[in-house]
Design a protein around this ligand. Structure first.
Ligand code: NAD
Length: 253
């Protein structure tokens, strides 16, 4: 299998290149970033790189996600997007591209978080509606978006478990006088040091609490999960897929 990495000079790009080098059997046919760097084999020419590729793995910035997805669709290359903080334009581009290629957008490619997301969906469905749901996340001091894409995905799973949408139940930022509204899902954010990624989902009732969580200590988990997803995605029918499809666990809710 042949992959192109977009964001190849970044933290995740480097982690994916390292994982590729560890006997993955996957061939790197293009390393793309904003600025070319011949010494590291990095170019800015995505179109040329896609000509010989099976899958694009994009961990860059939301600014070019829509363009990159359209390029993948033109070249018949499957797209795995790990970039977070995506907006409506990227979502529309993903829908359009998925008519021609397999597309998987994952705010978190760790297998542990994929499992956590499904456990949260089940817990939200099983526990009574008077259990308050609060999500706390912590990341390194350089992270740009907040709450993290993973925290929002956990919030969506919890809302869906209750038959709702996150938009309908997401709590406003709490400052000053802001008592909890029944049924809302709240988010708290920590940005500090070199935290790789902590997520905790609290279900708090009267007299008992359930906490489900995940701590990432090594960026390599996202890289390994991304390569597993890329391998799974190559050659699939056009359409939208999720990490939960990759681990073969789909909750019936
Ligand atoms: P980073 O800043 O270290 O690297 C991003 C790289 O992308 C940089 O080299 C930058 O020059 C490049 N880039 C930015 N815009 C580009 C463009 N338009 N075209 C080509 N290259 C471009 O960031 P990072 O920590 O590697 O994270 C990258 C993205 O992946 C972020 O959105 C982050 O939130 C996300 N992320 C996702 C997961 C996951 O599991 N899905 C895990 C970690 C990080």
């Amino acid at each position: 299998m042949r992959v192109v990495i977009v964001g190849a000079a970044g933290r995740m790009g480097c982690a994916i290149r390292e994982a590729l080098d560890q006997g993955s059997g996957i061939q790197l046919v293009g390393a793309i970033d904003r600025e070319a760097d011949a010494s590291r084999g990095i170019s800015t020419d995505l179109e040329s790189a896609l000509r010989g590729a099976d899958v694009m793995i994009d961990f860059s910035s939301p600014s070019s996600t829509a363009t990159n997805l359209a390029a993948c669709a033109r070249h018949g290359v499957a797209a795995l997007v790990g970039t977070t903080g995506l907006g409506d334009e990227a979502e529309r581009a993903a829908s359009e591209a998925s008519a021609r290629i397999p597309v998987l957008i994952a705010a978190n490619t760790s297998l542990g978080v994929t499992l956590l997301t499904e456990l949260v969906r089940q817990a939200a469905a099983a526990l009574p509606a008077d259990f308050d749901i609060e999500i706390t996340e912590g990341h390194h001091r350089h992270k740009k978006d907040a709450p993290s894409g993973t925290a929002l995905a956990l919030g969506r799973a919890a809302a869906e478990g209750r038959g709702q949408t996150l938009d309908a139940v997401r709590a406003a930022t709490r400052e000053g006088e802001s008592p909890r509204k029944p049924g809302e899902i709240g988010f708290s954010v920590i940005r500090a040091g070199d935290l790789v990624g902590d997520h905790l989902v609290l279900f708090a009732g009267e007299g008992e609490r359930v906490t489900l969580g995940h701590q990432a200590t090594d960026r390599a988990i996202f890289a390994r999960g991304a390569l597993r997803a890329a391998r799974w995605l190559a050659g699939r029918a056009p359409g939208r897929y999720q990490m939960v499809d990759v681990i073969g666990l789909k909750t019936r809710i």
